[in-house]
Write a protein that binds this ligand. Structure first.
Ligand SMILES: Nc1ncnc2c1ncn2[C@@H]1O[C@H](COP(=O)(O)OP(=O)(O)OP(=O)(O)O)[C@@H](O)[C@H]1O
Ligand SMILES: [Mg+2]
Length: 372
């Protein structure tokens, strides 16, 4: 595990999952490794009232109803589609659910414009076909087909980026729950049936392309769970803190993130979101989605910068530079928006509240000037 850049959730939380499995007395649907209540506990963490011997950390932050609806869907006949703005934790939730239910979150198909039917069904090992002909040995199952054979959760990332014929292939998988392999003549092997427990968690980004691009036939085979951008400051602070601790551990960095700086980060995102909400055209909106993930990215940048090139303590001006650097994607539009924000809001806050806002003001100004 130590030599994996990023361990999948079932590896990272293997201990905790083993323990939850050992105390789980609830009924489990199909071949699920945990009961629905335990899956929820794993994702959302424990509370004191649960009276557990060891605390379970919250891993995904958001309304419990989303998690419950997702779990219920996976036990039903339909697939689960998580949709929402970029960086709202859809993929992370999908990974956690697959890890808790199937102990395998890596059977993933990444949807792109180039995804073909083969990627979700099967393909052939050409040299083996030439040597021995088409047989089960020369068949290469897709991750989705493997999930069917094992009765576990398969994942489909960015479903709406795929073309309609690929989406159509999914319809038959989700309704008939088998894949036929017409190339194999023997009736006993030319159909792969899904084992109980198989389901699909798909994600779709509502910014990339509308979900309207899904055919209505496919829509009907999914339950939709819409994940909103977290705007509750408390949960947002928790997510950012959770990720930061992980990041520091991964890089073996000993560095303090002062709570006042975390507040400034959260406040500036809240301000920028408010500004975006009242913007009348796209040019007045930052291109970035201003999601929690974006905040984590800004903080990560600032922490690494302080560690590598600073004096190993995080400062407000470094944070400001990282924020400007990360959010100024389009020049001049994004820079103009940030400039306006710094001149209006940050300046005012720095006068009123002083403290770290002063460093934030000067750092941001410099960064904007450098980029302009
Ligand atoms: N609600 C949340 N709870 C926990 N972590 C979150 C949450 N929202 C975002 N994150 C963190 O933000 C990062 C990005 O999340 P993720 O990749 O799951 O987003 P996404 O919704 O799939 O985005 P995209 O649409 O761009 O694929 C992850 O590191 C994730 O842990
Ligand atoms: Mg994603």
């Amino acid at each position: 595990m130590t030599d994996m850049l990023r361990a999948p959730a079932e590896v990272k939380y293997a201990d905790e999952l083993d323990w939850l499995e050992s105390i789980d007395t609830g009924p489990k649907p199909f071949s699920w490794r945990l009961s629905p209540r335990m899956v929820r506990l794993f994702v959302l963490g424990s509370e004191r009232a649960d009276g557990l011997d060891r605390p379970v950390a919250q891993k995904w932050f958001g309304d419990r109803s989303f998690v419950e609806r997702s779990i219920v869907t996976l036990a039903s006949d339909r697939g689960l589609l998580l949709i929402g703005d970029p960086g709202t934790g859809k993929s992370w939730l999908a990974e956690l659910l697959a890890a808790a239910i199937s102990r395998n979150s890596t059977l993933v198909v990444q949807g792109t414009a180039g995804t073909t039917e083969d990627h979700i069904k099967y393909s052939w090992n050409v040299s083996m076909v030439i040597a021995k002909g088409q047989s089960p040995d020369s068949l290469i199952p897709s991750p989705i087909m493997t999930a069917m054979q094992r009765g576990v959760i398969g994942r489909f990332e960015e479903l709406t980026r795929t073309t309609s014929d690929v989406q159509d292939a999914l319809i038959s998988i989700l309704s008939e729950k088998y894949v036929s392999i017409p190339e194999l003549k023997d009736d006993s092997i030319n159909t792969v049936f899904a084992q109980p427990g198989f389901s699909i968690i798909a994600t779709a980004n509502s910014r990339d392309r509308g979900v309207n691009d899904l055919s209505s036939a496919l829509k009907r085979r999914f339950n939709f769970v819409r994940i909103p951008v977290v705007t509750n400051k408390k949960s947002e602070a928790e997510i950012v803190r959770f990720r930061t601790v992980e990041l520091l551990r991964r890089h073996e960095i000993e560095l303090d993130v002062p709570p006042t700086l975390l507040d400034i980060l959260l406040q500036s995102f809240a301000d920028l979101r408010t500004a975006a909400a009242s913007a009348t055209s796209d040019d007045e909106k930052l291109e970035s989605s201003l999601s929690t993930a974006e905040q984590i990215g800004v903080l990560e940048d600032a922490i690494l910068h302080s560690q590598f090139f600073g004096d190993r303590s995080l400062r407000a001006d470094t944070l400001a530079r990282s924020l400007v650097g990360s959010l100024a994607r389009r020049s001049p539009e994004d820079l103009a928006i940030l400039n306006k924000y710094w001149h209006g809001t940050v300046e005012k806050r720095s006068k009123q509240e002083a403290g770290e806002w002063e460093g934030f003001l000067s750092g941001g100004r410099e960064a904007i000037a450098t980029l302009s």
